[in-house]
Design a protein around this ligand. Sequence first.
Ligand code: ATP
Ligand code: PLP
Ligand code: MG
Ligand code: NA
Ligand code: MG
Length: 297
Amino acid sequence: PSDTGRVLSIQSHTVQGYVGNKSAVFPLQLLGFDVDPINSVQFSNHTGYPTFRGQVLDGKQLWDLIEGLEENQLLHYTHLLTGYIGSVSFLDTVLQVVDKLRSVNPDLVYVCDPVLGDEGKLYVPQELISVYQQKVVPVASMLTPNQFEVELLTGLRITSEQDGLTACNTLHSAGPRKVVITSALIGGKLLLIGSHKKTQEQPPEQFKIEIPKIPAYFAGTGDLTTALLLGWSNKYPDSLETAAELAVSSLQALLKRTVEDYKRAGFDPSTSSLEIRLIQSQDDIRNPVVTCKAVKF
Ligand code: ATP
Ligand code: PLP
Ligand code: MG
Ligand code: NA
Ligand code: MG
Protein backbone atom coordinates (compact mmCIF):
# COMPACT_ATOMS: atom_id res chain seq x y z
CA PRO A 1 0.00 0.00 0.00
CA SER A 2 1.40 3.35 -1.05
CA ASP A 3 0.06 6.75 -1.98
CA THR A 4 1.03 6.45 -5.57
CA GLY A 5 1.98 4.03 -8.28
CA ARG A 6 2.69 3.55 -11.94
CA VAL A 7 -0.21 2.26 -14.02
CA LEU A 8 -0.02 0.66 -17.47
CA SER A 9 -3.46 1.34 -18.95
CA ILE A 10 -4.39 -0.58 -22.10
CA GLN A 11 -7.64 0.91 -23.38
CA SER A 12 -9.31 2.72 -26.29
CA HIS A 13 -8.44 6.25 -27.31
CA THR A 14 -10.94 8.62 -28.88
CA VAL A 15 -9.86 11.90 -30.44
CA GLN A 16 -13.05 13.57 -29.26
CA GLY A 17 -14.83 12.65 -26.05
CA TYR A 18 -14.10 10.61 -22.96
CA VAL A 19 -14.20 6.80 -23.08
CA GLY A 20 -11.47 4.24 -22.46
CA ASN A 21 -8.08 5.81 -21.75
CA LYS A 22 -9.57 9.28 -22.28
CA SER A 23 -11.81 8.72 -19.24
CA ALA A 24 -9.26 6.78 -17.14
CA VAL A 25 -5.87 8.49 -17.55
CA PHE A 26 -6.70 12.03 -16.37
CA PRO A 27 -8.53 10.91 -13.19
CA LEU A 28 -5.70 8.55 -12.23
CA GLN A 29 -3.21 11.36 -12.77
CA LEU A 30 -5.35 13.61 -10.57
CA LEU A 31 -5.18 10.93 -7.86
CA GLY A 32 -1.40 11.05 -8.07
CA PHE A 33 -0.49 8.14 -10.32
CA ASP A 34 1.96 8.03 -13.15
CA VAL A 35 -0.09 6.60 -16.00
CA ASP A 36 1.37 5.08 -19.15
CA PRO A 37 -1.40 4.64 -21.72
CA ILE A 38 -1.33 2.12 -24.55
CA ASN A 39 -4.12 2.93 -26.97
CA SER A 40 -5.72 -0.32 -28.14
CA VAL A 41 -7.63 1.65 -30.77
CA GLN A 42 -7.55 5.25 -31.94
CA PHE A 43 -11.00 6.28 -33.11
CA SER A 44 -12.38 9.68 -34.07
CA ASN A 45 -15.16 9.35 -31.48
CA HIS A 46 -16.91 6.60 -29.50
CA THR A 47 -18.84 3.91 -31.31
CA GLY A 48 -22.23 5.18 -30.16
CA TYR A 49 -22.13 7.96 -32.78
CA PRO A 50 -23.64 7.34 -36.24
CA THR A 51 -20.12 6.71 -37.64
CA PHE A 52 -16.55 6.41 -36.43
CA ARG A 53 -13.19 6.01 -38.12
CA GLY A 54 -9.70 5.12 -37.07
CA GLN A 55 -7.14 2.43 -36.39
CA VAL A 56 -7.01 -0.76 -34.34
CA LEU A 57 -3.83 -2.03 -32.65
CA ASP A 58 -3.23 -5.78 -33.04
CA GLY A 59 -1.62 -8.18 -30.59
CA LYS A 60 1.74 -8.08 -32.37
CA GLN A 61 1.84 -4.28 -32.24
CA LEU A 62 0.99 -4.36 -28.53
CA TRP A 63 3.82 -6.80 -27.89
CA ASP A 64 6.21 -4.61 -29.87
CA LEU A 65 5.55 -1.73 -27.45
CA ILE A 66 6.12 -4.04 -24.47
CA GLU A 67 9.43 -5.19 -25.95
CA GLY A 68 10.48 -1.57 -26.45
CA LEU A 69 9.80 -0.89 -22.77
CA GLU A 70 11.60 -4.07 -21.75
CA GLU A 71 14.72 -3.24 -23.78
CA ASN A 72 15.07 -0.08 -21.72
CA GLN A 73 14.09 -1.68 -18.40
CA LEU A 74 10.92 0.38 -18.23
CA LEU A 75 8.54 -2.45 -17.33
CA HIS A 76 8.19 -1.82 -13.60
CA TYR A 77 4.51 -1.23 -12.96
CA THR A 78 2.46 -1.34 -9.76
CA HIS A 79 -0.82 -1.71 -11.68
CA LEU A 80 -2.14 -2.97 -15.00
CA LEU A 81 -5.57 -1.69 -16.06
CA THR A 82 -7.49 -3.10 -19.02
CA GLY A 83 -10.90 -2.30 -20.46
CA TYR A 84 -12.58 -2.98 -23.80
CA ILE A 85 -10.67 -5.57 -25.84
CA GLY A 86 -12.01 -6.45 -29.28
CA SER A 87 -10.32 -9.71 -30.31
CA VAL A 88 -9.04 -13.03 -28.95
CA SER A 89 -5.54 -12.40 -30.31
CA PHE A 90 -5.31 -9.04 -28.51
CA LEU A 91 -6.65 -10.57 -25.29
CA ASP A 92 -4.11 -13.42 -25.52
CA THR A 93 -1.34 -10.83 -25.84
CA VAL A 94 -2.70 -8.96 -22.80
CA LEU A 95 -2.33 -12.25 -20.89
CA GLN A 96 1.32 -12.37 -21.96
CA VAL A 97 1.69 -8.79 -20.74
CA VAL A 98 0.31 -9.82 -17.31
CA ASP A 99 2.93 -12.60 -17.08
CA LYS A 100 5.72 -10.32 -18.22
CA LEU A 101 4.83 -7.52 -15.76
CA ARG A 102 4.52 -10.03 -12.89
CA SER A 103 7.96 -11.43 -13.73
CA VAL A 104 9.31 -7.91 -13.09
CA ASN A 105 7.00 -7.08 -10.16
CA PRO A 106 5.35 -10.14 -8.54
CA ASP A 107 3.08 -7.77 -6.57
CA LEU A 108 1.56 -6.24 -9.72
CA VAL A 109 -2.13 -5.49 -9.21
CA TYR A 110 -4.17 -6.33 -12.31
CA VAL A 111 -7.48 -4.45 -12.45
CA CYS A 112 -9.64 -5.92 -15.18
CA ASP A 113 -12.90 -4.52 -16.50
CA PRO A 114 -14.15 -7.56 -18.44
CA VAL A 115 -16.02 -5.57 -21.05
CA LEU A 116 -18.37 -7.93 -22.89
CA GLY A 117 -21.60 -6.01 -23.21
CA ASP A 118 -24.41 -4.30 -21.37
CA GLU A 119 -28.15 -4.61 -20.84
CA GLY A 120 -28.38 -7.97 -22.59
CA LYS A 121 -26.35 -6.92 -25.63
CA LEU A 122 -22.96 -8.48 -26.39
CA TYR A 123 -20.51 -6.08 -28.00
CA VAL A 124 -17.48 -8.29 -28.41
CA PRO A 125 -17.05 -11.55 -30.36
CA GLN A 126 -18.64 -14.52 -28.54
CA GLU A 127 -15.26 -16.36 -28.34
CA LEU A 128 -13.95 -13.78 -25.87
CA ILE A 129 -16.28 -14.98 -23.10
CA SER A 130 -14.48 -18.29 -22.55
CA VAL A 131 -11.05 -16.65 -22.74
CA TYR A 132 -12.09 -14.26 -19.96
CA GLN A 133 -13.55 -17.15 -17.94
CA GLN A 134 -10.64 -19.53 -18.31
CA LYS A 135 -7.58 -17.33 -18.56
CA VAL A 136 -8.25 -13.73 -17.57
CA VAL A 137 -10.43 -13.98 -14.44
CA PRO A 138 -7.88 -16.33 -12.77
CA VAL A 139 -5.06 -13.75 -13.03
CA ALA A 140 -7.07 -10.61 -12.15
CA SER A 141 -6.65 -8.95 -8.74
CA MET A 142 -9.81 -6.87 -9.07
CA LEU A 143 -12.66 -7.48 -11.50
CA THR A 144 -15.30 -4.83 -12.34
CA PRO A 145 -18.05 -6.42 -14.44
CA ASN A 146 -21.55 -5.04 -14.86
CA GLN A 147 -24.64 -7.21 -14.26
CA PHE A 148 -24.71 -8.68 -17.78
CA GLU A 149 -20.97 -9.42 -17.70
CA VAL A 150 -21.25 -11.23 -14.35
CA GLU A 151 -24.02 -13.34 -15.82
CA LEU A 152 -21.90 -14.21 -18.88
CA LEU A 153 -18.83 -15.02 -16.76
CA THR A 154 -20.59 -17.13 -14.13
CA GLY A 155 -23.57 -18.53 -16.04
CA LEU A 156 -25.79 -17.29 -13.19
CA ARG A 157 -28.79 -15.01 -13.64
CA ILE A 158 -28.67 -11.96 -11.36
CA THR A 159 -32.18 -10.95 -10.37
CA SER A 160 -31.68 -10.42 -6.63
CA GLU A 161 -29.02 -9.03 -4.30
CA GLN A 162 -28.38 -12.59 -3.10
CA ASP A 163 -27.75 -13.69 -6.72
CA GLY A 164 -25.17 -10.91 -7.00
CA LEU A 165 -23.38 -12.00 -3.83
CA THR A 166 -23.39 -15.64 -4.93
CA ALA A 167 -21.90 -14.66 -8.29
CA CYS A 168 -19.16 -12.67 -6.52
CA ASN A 169 -18.33 -15.81 -4.49
CA THR A 170 -18.09 -17.83 -7.69
CA LEU A 171 -15.72 -15.25 -9.18
CA HIS A 172 -13.58 -15.18 -5.99
CA SER A 173 -13.11 -18.93 -6.18
CA ALA A 174 -11.81 -18.48 -9.74
CA GLY A 175 -9.20 -15.88 -8.71
CA PRO A 176 -9.84 -12.19 -7.96
CA ARG A 177 -9.84 -11.11 -4.31
CA LYS A 178 -11.84 -7.98 -5.14
CA VAL A 179 -15.01 -8.04 -7.26
CA VAL A 180 -17.18 -5.02 -7.93
CA ILE A 181 -20.40 -5.32 -9.89
CA THR A 182 -20.31 -1.72 -11.05
CA SER A 183 -23.98 -1.51 -11.95
CA ALA A 184 -26.95 -3.83 -11.59
CA LEU A 185 -30.64 -3.10 -11.90
CA ILE A 186 -32.31 -5.12 -9.15
CA GLY A 187 -35.88 -4.59 -8.00
CA GLY A 188 -36.04 -1.30 -9.89
CA LYS A 189 -32.95 0.01 -8.08
CA LEU A 190 -29.51 0.78 -9.49
CA LEU A 191 -26.88 -0.88 -7.29
CA LEU A 192 -23.16 -1.32 -7.06
CA ILE A 193 -22.27 -4.56 -5.27
CA GLY A 194 -18.79 -5.09 -3.85
CA SER A 195 -17.10 -8.15 -2.44
CA HIS A 196 -13.64 -8.39 -0.87
CA LYS A 197 -12.21 -11.79 -0.01
CA LYS A 198 -9.51 -10.77 2.42
CA THR A 199 -8.30 -14.24 3.37
CA GLN A 200 -8.72 -17.75 2.02
CA GLU A 201 -10.43 -18.95 5.20
CA GLN A 202 -12.94 -16.20 5.93
CA PRO A 203 -16.04 -15.36 3.89
CA PRO A 204 -15.77 -12.18 1.81
CA GLU A 205 -16.83 -8.77 3.15
CA GLN A 206 -19.76 -7.74 1.00
CA PHE A 207 -21.70 -4.51 0.60
CA LYS A 208 -23.98 -2.57 -1.72
CA ILE A 209 -24.32 1.08 -2.65
CA GLU A 210 -27.62 2.35 -3.96
CA ILE A 211 -27.08 4.82 -6.78
CA PRO A 212 -29.69 7.50 -7.58
CA LYS A 213 -30.56 6.75 -11.21
CA ILE A 214 -30.25 9.73 -13.55
CA PRO A 215 -32.59 9.53 -16.56
CA ALA A 216 -29.83 9.77 -19.19
CA TYR A 217 -27.29 7.52 -20.85
CA PHE A 218 -23.56 8.25 -20.65
CA ALA A 219 -20.48 6.92 -22.43
CA GLY A 220 -17.25 6.36 -20.55
CA THR A 221 -18.73 6.01 -17.07
CA GLY A 222 -17.83 2.31 -16.75
CA ASP A 223 -14.21 3.06 -17.65
CA LEU A 224 -14.13 6.00 -15.24
CA THR A 225 -15.60 3.87 -12.44
CA THR A 226 -12.95 1.17 -12.82
CA ALA A 227 -10.15 3.76 -12.90
CA LEU A 228 -11.44 5.39 -9.70
CA LEU A 229 -11.81 2.01 -8.00
CA LEU A 230 -8.18 1.28 -8.85
CA GLY A 231 -7.08 4.66 -7.54
CA TRP A 232 -8.99 4.63 -4.25
CA SER A 233 -8.29 0.93 -3.60
CA ASN A 234 -4.60 1.73 -3.64
CA LYS A 235 -5.16 4.34 -0.95
CA TYR A 236 -7.59 2.15 1.03
CA PRO A 237 -6.38 -1.41 0.30
CA ASP A 238 -8.32 -2.87 3.25
CA SER A 239 -11.61 -1.12 2.57
CA LEU A 240 -13.17 -1.79 -0.80
CA GLU A 241 -16.26 -0.12 0.68
CA THR A 242 -14.48 3.19 1.16
CA ALA A 243 -12.97 2.99 -2.33
CA ALA A 244 -16.40 2.32 -3.84
CA GLU A 245 -18.11 5.11 -1.86
CA LEU A 246 -15.54 7.60 -3.11
CA ALA A 247 -15.78 6.37 -6.72
CA VAL A 248 -19.58 6.39 -6.82
CA SER A 249 -19.75 9.81 -5.14
CA SER A 250 -17.36 11.32 -7.73
CA LEU A 251 -19.46 9.80 -10.51
CA GLN A 252 -22.66 11.25 -9.10
CA ALA A 253 -21.24 14.77 -8.89
CA LEU A 254 -19.80 14.51 -12.40
CA LEU A 255 -23.01 13.14 -13.91
CA LYS A 256 -25.10 15.84 -12.26
CA ARG A 257 -22.81 18.49 -13.73
CA THR A 258 -22.95 16.79 -17.14
CA VAL A 259 -26.75 16.78 -17.25
CA GLU A 260 -26.99 20.37 -16.02
CA ASP A 261 -24.53 21.56 -18.68
CA TYR A 262 -26.52 19.86 -21.45
CA LYS A 263 -29.77 21.34 -20.15
CA ARG A 264 -28.23 24.81 -19.96
CA ALA A 265 -27.24 24.46 -23.62
CA GLY A 266 -30.88 23.73 -24.45
CA PHE A 267 -30.31 20.04 -25.10
CA ASP A 268 -32.70 17.33 -23.90
CA PRO A 269 -30.35 14.96 -22.01
CA SER A 270 -32.68 11.96 -22.33
CA THR A 271 -32.39 11.79 -26.14
CA SER A 272 -28.88 10.44 -26.74
CA SER A 273 -25.68 9.25 -25.08
CA LEU A 274 -23.97 12.16 -23.32
CA GLU A 275 -20.27 13.02 -23.23
CA ILE A 276 -19.16 13.34 -19.61
CA ARG A 277 -17.82 16.65 -18.23
CA LEU A 278 -14.58 15.10 -17.02
CA ILE A 279 -12.22 18.07 -16.99
CA GLN A 280 -14.85 20.34 -15.41
CA SER A 281 -15.26 17.78 -12.60
CA GLN A 282 -11.66 17.56 -11.50
CA ASP A 283 -12.41 18.81 -7.97
CA ASP A 284 -15.06 16.09 -7.58
CA ILE A 285 -12.43 13.53 -8.56
CA ARG A 286 -9.63 14.82 -6.38
CA ASN A 287 -11.75 15.54 -3.30
CA PRO A 288 -15.06 13.68 -3.52
CA VAL A 289 -17.72 14.40 -0.91
CA VAL A 290 -19.22 11.04 0.03
CA THR A 291 -22.89 11.28 -0.83
CA CYS A 292 -23.52 7.57 -1.47
CA LYS A 293 -22.90 5.32 1.54
CA ALA A 294 -22.22 1.59 1.48
CA VAL A 295 -24.49 -0.82 3.34
CA LYS A 296 -22.87 -4.04 4.57
CA PHE A 297 -24.48 -7.44 4.07
P1 ATP B 1 -18.77 -1.55 -18.00
O1 ATP B 1 -19.57 -1.08 -19.14
O2 ATP B 1 -17.46 -0.85 -17.85
O3 ATP B 1 -18.60 -3.01 -17.88
P2 ATP B 1 -21.01 -0.62 -16.37
O4 ATP B 1 -22.01 -1.12 -17.34
O5 ATP B 1 -21.30 -0.87 -14.92
O6 ATP B 1 -19.55 -1.14 -16.62
P3 ATP B 1 -22.01 2.03 -16.44
O7 ATP B 1 -23.34 1.46 -16.78
O8 ATP B 1 -21.51 3.18 -17.18
O9 ATP B 1 -20.87 0.94 -16.55
O10 ATP B 1 -22.05 2.36 -14.86
C1 ATP B 1 -20.89 2.69 -14.13
C2 ATP B 1 -21.21 3.70 -13.06
O11 ATP B 1 -21.59 4.91 -13.66
C3 ATP B 1 -22.33 3.33 -12.10
O12 ATP B 1 -21.84 2.66 -10.97
C4 ATP B 1 -22.89 4.70 -11.72
O13 ATP B 1 -22.13 5.21 -10.66
C5 ATP B 1 -22.62 5.55 -12.93
N1 ATP B 1 -23.78 5.70 -13.83
C6 ATP B 1 -23.83 5.38 -15.14
N2 ATP B 1 -25.02 5.69 -15.67
C7 ATP B 1 -25.75 6.24 -14.67
C8 ATP B 1 -27.08 6.78 -14.57
N3 ATP B 1 -27.90 6.82 -15.61
N4 ATP B 1 -27.49 7.25 -13.37
C9 ATP B 1 -26.68 7.21 -12.31
N5 ATP B 1 -25.43 6.72 -12.34
C10 ATP B 1 -24.95 6.24 -13.49
N1 PLP C 1 -14.49 2.33 -25.74
C1 PLP C 1 -14.98 2.73 -26.93
C2 PLP C 1 -14.09 2.78 -28.15
C3 PLP C 1 -16.30 3.12 -27.02
O1 PLP C 1 -16.78 3.51 -28.20
C4 PLP C 1 -17.12 3.10 -25.86
C5 PLP C 1 -18.52 3.51 -25.85
O2 PLP C 1 -19.15 3.77 -26.81
C6 PLP C 1 -16.63 2.67 -24.69
C7 PLP C 1 -15.29 2.31 -24.63
C8 PLP C 1 -17.62 2.63 -23.56
O3 PLP C 1 -17.28 2.89 -22.31
P1 PLP C 1 -18.26 2.76 -21.06
O4 PLP C 1 -18.67 1.33 -20.89
O5 PLP C 1 -17.37 3.22 -19.96
O6 PLP C 1 -19.44 3.66 -21.29
MG1 MG D 1 -23.83 -0.17 -17.92
NA1 NA E 1 -17.86 -2.34 -15.14
MG1 MG F 1 -20.19 0.15 -20.34
